[in-house]
Design a protein around this ligand. Structure first.
Ligand code: ADP
Ligand code: K
Ligand code: ZN
Length: 444
């Protein structure tokens, strides 16, 4: 364990710590963030009379829209000068969800990721092949900081360029890899194609997250890479990856680092807290964050909690796998995508209409996204076509160029590669009164 004393803290001591920290964060936010002062006033919560954990359910929820409404820095509780780093993830509109960290927040971020890596089997001196994307996403830099804190040798490979990744894994001989589960499947497949057997690989542990996965995928990755893989869970609003991680001993639920992140599971419709074991929406209150603490953040992720003691000795509660989401966020190769973001891109391209459909398939191990979009009536007339087919598009350089343009704009703004199919005016599905199904998810 990276911080054995904290990770095995008896539950009554853990509760006392949470209780004290919860009171502190409520008072801190009331003092510093106008949004929370107003929300707490409206909920009738007086920070001076607030009794900690027993009053938790009286606190208002915070939602993704609250972050968007205060874009970019409106929920920061410290002056911008005290923010040491910014990260961002996809929001429901074109604007990302922005989060900030003080120096101390970054230190805690590194600590919880170090705990996660240690729980996953990593030890100081081991090498980490970190194939999470670096940049505004929290994945790459998040794992990086934690691995350094643990005392590992970090290889900051980032995502993509599978050929090179495969070469580096063979040449550098890392013991640990971190990436999305679907990318781990891709790498396993690539090694198999090259006739490299799992026994010849140096890898022992894989830390996989950022997207939902199953025991079937675990089996494939474990066998294909010759590793024991564990789940890492997190979201940028709370800190990034490392909010929770499975212990490699049991691999039955992910320990949530509860001295920093206070979890609840609530009814998706009523917001009422649910008893242990029941599936509902995961909600977090950050207990130690300085730059942007959040009260009862509604993750939209569906899962359950179990307080049953774990054989690994850690006392922190475990969450089950993510069983789904309550909003329309899609996760394509670990990247969060909202259909409205696609719509915003299409609205900026005069030759197409915002009539579209996203079709998701699983081809091999990776998500494949197809974007079907209608060309505008004016453009259609201008190029003098009667119908559109693959042959017609291939033969016409203007249609060809338009398809490339749409794909590039989607990639540049959303960060996801989509295969674009152009439809003639009127060909995309229209609403017939009810809610239009913009997304066809054929991955399951
Ligand atoms: P990250 O870039 O670390 O994935 P984001 O804030 O972009 O963080 O995305 C967070 C969302 O990703 C979560 O709310 C959840 O829906 C999904 N997610 C992250 N980790 C997992 C995981 N281990 N299993 C399932 N879903 C996950
Ligand atoms: K994600
Ligand atoms: Zn455990």
């Amino acid at each position: 364990m990276y911080q054995p004393e904290l990770e095995t803290l008896p539950r009554e001591k853990l509760r006392a710590l949470q209780d004290e920290r919860l009171k502190r964060v409520v008072a801190y936010l009331y003092e510093r963030v106008p949004f929370y002062r107003k929300a707490l006033d409206e909920a009738g919560v007086d920070p001076k009379a607030f009794r900690g954990l027993e009053d938790l359910h009286r606190l208002p929820f915070t939602r993704k829209t609250d972050l968007r409404d205060h874009y970019p820095f409106g929920l920061f509780a410290v002056p911008r000068e005290e923010v040491a780093r910014i990260h961002a993830s996809s929001g429901t509109t074109g604007k990302p969800t922005v989060v900030g960290y003080t120096k101390r927040d970054l230190q805690i971020f590194a600590e919880v990721v170090a705990r996660s890596l240690a729980a996953a089997g990593a030890r100081p001196g081991m090498m980490l092949h970190n194939a999470y994307g670096y940049g505004l996403f929290t994945g790459g830099l998040g794992l990086h900081g934690g691995a350094e804190a643990l005392g590992m040798t970090v290889v900051p490979v980032s995502g993509g360029m599978t050929e090179r990744q495969v070469m580096l894994i063979q040449d550098f001989r890392p013991e640990v890899i971190s990436c999305t589960p679907s990318y781990a499947q891709t790498l396993a497949e690539e090694f198999r194609k090259r006739g490299v057997s799992p026994e010849d690989l140096s890898l022992e542990y894989a830390v996989l997250g950022a997207e939902p996965w199953t025991e079937a995928i675990r089996k494939q990755v474990d066998e294909g890479l010759g590793v024991r893989s564990t789940n890492i869970y997190g979201l940028s609003e709370i800190i990034g990856p490392g909010v929770a991680n499975e212990c490699v001993e049991e691999r039955k639920g992910s320990h949530i680092w509860e001295d920093h992140f206070l979890p609840e599971v609530v009814d998706p419709d009523t917001g009422e807290p649910l008893p242990e074991g029941r599936v509902g929406v995961l909600v977090f209150t950050t207990l130690t964050k300085e730059a942007m603490p959040l009260l009862r953040y509604w993750t939209g992720d569906l899962t359950f909690l179990t307080y049953e003691p774990c054989t690994c000795g850690r006392t922190h509660v475990r969450m089950g796998p993510i069983l789904g989401r309550t909003d329309d966020m899609l996760i394509i190769r670990g990247v969060n995508v909202y259909p409205t973001q696609v719509e915003a891109v299409l609205l900026g391209i005069p030759e197409v209409e915002p009539y579209y459909q996203i079709v998701l398939r699983r081809e091999g191990t990776l998500d494949e996204a197809e974007l079907k979009v209608e060309v505008s009536e004016a453009f259609f007339q201008e190029i003098g076509k009667k119908a559109l087919s693959d042959e017609v598009i291939e033969a016409d350089h203007r249609l060809h160029a338009l398809r490339e343009k749409v794909a590039r704009k989607v990639k540049d703004t959303i960060g996801v590669t989509m295969r674009v199919t152009l439809l003639a005016p009127g060909e995309a599905p229209r609403s017939e009164g009810g809610k239009l199904k913009r997304v066809l998810d054929l991955r399951k």
